[in-house]
Design a protein around this ligand. Structure first.
Ligand SMILES: Cc1ncc(C[n+]2csc(CCOP(=O)(O)OP(=O)(O)O)c2C)c(N)n1
Ligand code: SF4
Length: 296
């Protein structure tokens, strides 16, 4: 079947897909596509909302070749695809697009292996802080205080520090992406698609369904998470050069508003003050790693 002209290359994630309204992952996909333009990509999707988002070809299917993998093999599948492209001298960038469950938890072993071998792939984690596709269970990315369908009173343990773990592999480029800072996001998408070797991006991706937030508040939630210091916006080059890209104002009001806009914190025994203490600790580490290297 010939693809209608208007459906070629214009979207990676096309209109008509099954994602919920206001899905942060959908917005991230659109920003990514607009940033990389016509760069040819192949996608590897482990089990996650992104794996079920597409529909009938060619109307709502992804605008790039896609291989669905198991959770555990996403980074190794991408490694194989990148090696084949290299052997065939094809200028194709292979992108793993995974949720936090497939990154922080179940996909970690092959992700770490590919990072250690510095495979030529871009691994993007859209972090909605839950196992969204199966109803919103906790992952190790769920922040302390947030409820999930299998921990009704709120998580006790803090969110796993994935950026330190990834940076410890000494990969060429790793960065966090704020959907509320489009210029910074575009720069990071453009750099990471071009760079050779293993690259990693972490995108905070609100999930209105799981976070029980209004779909129109998705970007506002990211903005509040960045301003309050909950989501540091930074990049790490070669595992050692940490740069803070957006300086938060650590406003307690922003943190309180962030919490109040989502019903997942409703039954929490952890209050915004205690979350503030965790933010302080997080930023001590970030500032220590960044030294005086502030990009703002
Ligand atoms: C090994 C394995 N365990 C469990 C599942 C069921 N499963 C499918 S999608 C999913 C949730 C994935 O969560 P995440 O990676 O955070 O992506 P999201 O659904 O939030 O987009 C689970 C648990 C599976 N497919 N394979
Ligand atoms: S459940 Fe959450 S992550 Fe999945 S499509 Fe809906 S809003 Fe997006």
């Amino acid at each position: 079947m010939n693809r209608p002209e208007s459906y070629q290359n214009s979207h990676l994630l096309r209109p008509g897909n099954t994602n919920c309204g206001g899905c942060g992952m959908s917005i991230a996909f659109q920003m990514f596509k607009r940033s990389i333009g016509d760069t040819p990509v192949q996608l590897v999707l482990p089990a996650c909302c992104a794996a079920v988002a597409a529909g009938g070809f060619p109307f709502s299917a992804y605008g790039a070749p896609v291989l669905l993998s198991t959770f555990a093999s996403a980074a190794s599948t991408a490694t194989g695809m990148a090696q084949v492209a290299r052997l065939n001298s094809e200028d194709i960038r292979v992108v793993c697009w995974a949720g936090d469950g497939g990154t922080y938890d179940i996909g970690m072993a092959s992700l770490s292996g590919a990072a250690e071998r510095n495979e030529d792939i871009l691994f993007i984690c859209y972090d909605n802080e839950i196992y969204g596709n199966t109803g919103g269970q906790r992952s190790s990315a769920t922040p302390a205080g947030a409820g999930a369908t299998n921990i009704l009173k709120g998580k006790i343990e803090p969110k796993k520090d994935i950026m330190s773990i990834i940076a410890a592999h000494g990969i060429p480029y790793a960065a966090t992406v704020s959907l509320a800072d489009p210029d910074d996001a575009r720069r990071k998408f453009q750099r990471s698609i071009k760079e050779k070797g293993f690259r990693f991006l972490l995108i905070l991706s609100p999930c209105p369904t799981g976070w029980k937030s209004d779909p129109s508040m998705t970007i506002e939630l990211v903005r509040l998470a960045v301003r309050s210091g909950l989501f540091p916006v930074l990049e790490v080059e070669n595992g050692s050069r940490w740069t803070i890209n957006v300086e938060p104002d650590f406003s307690k009001d922003d943190l309180a508003r962030y919490v109040s806009l989502q019903r997942r914190f409703k039954k929490s025994e952890i209050k915004p003050d205690e979350m503030g203490a965790e933010i302080d600790l997080k930023w001590k580490t970030v500032r220590m790693l960044a030294g005086c290297n502030t990009g703002v």
